[in-house]
Design a protein around this ligand. Structure first.
Ligand code: FES
Length: 120
């Protein structure tokens, strides 16, 4: 297997769940660019590229409500499950799997999980 592919298939440990603020995020720097890991009010975790499909705003600094984040620059709203902009806006960002072990440790996969055409 190619080294880059091995890297993509790995789960990266990014810390403990409670260290990610509720209604906030933590940015993980990866070879694929910055990935924002969000924690919703119900403790669900979501990971998506930290780059708004509109003009590249930092989604990690957006406002989280439900399973949605509003971009801090022009308020586009992104569905964090699918990584898709909510109509009438259009566009998407790659999303990534996140898992939490019993001890609360959070792992991020660098293999995109969504259907965004820009997935890499
Ligand atoms: S850059 Fe995100 S809404 Fe414009």
């Amino acid at each position: 297997m190619h080294a880059a592919q091995q890297m993509k298939d790995e789960w990266v440990m990014i810390g403990l769940q409670h260290e990610i603020p509720q209604l906030g995020s933590r940015v993980v720097k990866t070879p694929q660019g910055d990935i924002a890991v969000f924690r919703a009010a119900d403790d669900h975790l979501f990971a998506m590229r930290d780059r708004c499909p509109h003009k590249g705003g930092p989604l990690s600094q957006g406002i989280v409500y439900g399973h949605t984040v509003a971009c801090p620059l022009h308020n586009w709203c992104m569905d964090m499950n699918k990584g898709e902009a909510i109509a009438p806006d259009e566009g998407c960002v790659p999303t990534y799997p996140v898992k939490v072990e019993d001890n609360g440790m959070v792992f991020l996969s660098l293999t995109p999980s969504g259907n965004c055409p820009g997935q890499a």
